[in-house]
Design a binder for this molecule. Structure first.
Ligand SMILES: [Zn+2]
Length: 330
């Protein structure tokens, strides 16, 4: 459920996190590290508060593994084979379980294991068992090697080891939003090449005879400055309608009770593997029942227009077609 009071936790402020977002699934976010230790440094974080990966329910193991494997393959191809690590603490309930993928990380085991208990682990059940024994640990994975190290001060230890090995600050690594944009592009091209479409929900808000167009911010890497409806990526494992309501709330502040679904059109596929871009759009039409949409950082302007006026706006290319589909006009 959305949290409506400002949260002090950076990983709970989804709106501010979005510029760093590379991909997302029902329970996990894949983020570009804001202070990368190496080029391509990714964070795989739980959406909800979970003390550590060892505290996650077994029901999400497959989802985590799938996302992790895809991130690993992407980084191995674009940067260098990443080392994966987590410092976990079963007793920190307001944390987000976070696995770091650091391309080009050397084998940290000699440093991590010095004077500490080390156990090879072969799967999530064993990780859970060791975590229950130690409470605080470092998980380290490089290639086939997976170990847990009993260590209370995991974060400081890992940072020290990595900084020493990689050099700090990371030389010439893309930072911040530039890193995120690059990684997002890589992720999407890899999906398109595999014939997998990026799933997108697009919602048109209607009040009376007019529909709401929103002008996309120049900061966005997809269709900057263009007019569009409410639109956003659909995380794997989430229902399109659920995500549509979430996007409307994020982008306009309108709560699910303030809008009513009028209709959903069949999904439309755009782009092609050859173009390196492949999208499947899930279109929805909602009637606005009460309240006024407000803009968030993703948009700079808003206009209520008659359907026949849509063509006068510099819209995302396929929006006019989508308006026709949703409003059932010739
Ligand atoms: Zn949080």
């Amino acid at each position: 459920m959305a949290n409506h009071s400002p949260s002090p936790c950076p990983l709970c402020r989804h709106e501010e996190l979005e510029p760093q977002l590379v991909a997302e699934t029902a329970h996990f976010l894949l983020l570009a590290a804001s202070e990368p230790l190496a080029e391509g440094h990714l964070l795989l974080a739980s959406r909800a508060h979970q003390p550590c990966l060892a505290a996650l329910p077994p029901a999400v193991d497959a989802e985590l593994l799938h996302l992790k494997q895809r991130a690993l393959a992407m980084l191995a191809e674009a940067c260098a084979r990443p080392g994966l690590l987590e410092w976990g603490d079963l007793d920190s309930p307001s944390a987000h379980a976070t696995l770091h993928a650091v391309p080009g990380a050397p084998d940290l085991l000699p440093d991590l294991g010095r004077g500490r208990a080390v156990v090879p682990v072969d799967g999530p059940e064993q990780v859970r068992a060791e975590a229950r024994r130690w409470r605080r640990y470092v998980y380290w994975e490089l290639g086939e090697a997976r170990v847990m190290v009993c260590e209370a001060g995991g974060e400081a230890l890992v940072h020290d080891c990595l900084r020493q090995a990689l050099g700090s600050p990371a030389p010439a690594a893309r930072q911040g939003q530039a890193a995120a944009r690059w990684l997002r592009g890589l992720w999407q091209r890899r999906m398109a090449a595999a014939g997998e479409a990026m799933q997108v929900v697009t919602c048109l808000l209607r009040r009376g005879e007019r529909v709401c167009l929103l002008r996309r911010s120049p900061e966005l890497d997809s269709a900057p400055n263009k007019w569009h409806g409410v639109s956003g990526y659909l995380p794997e494992g989430v229902e399109p309608l659920e995500q549509a309501l979430r996007e409307i709330e994020q982008e306009t502040g309108l709560r699910p009770g303030q809008v009513r679904l009028a209709c959903a059109a069949p999904a439309v596929t755009l782009g092609s593997p050859a173009l390196g871009r492949l999208w499947q759009i899930h279109p929805f039409l909602f009637d606005l029942l009460e309240g006024e949409p407000r803009l968030n950082w993703e948009h700079t302007d808003l206009a209520w227009v008659l359907p026949e006026q849509v063509a006068r706006y510099d819209c995302v290319t396929w929006l006019a077609e989508l308006v026709r589909m949703l409003l059932g006009q010739p």
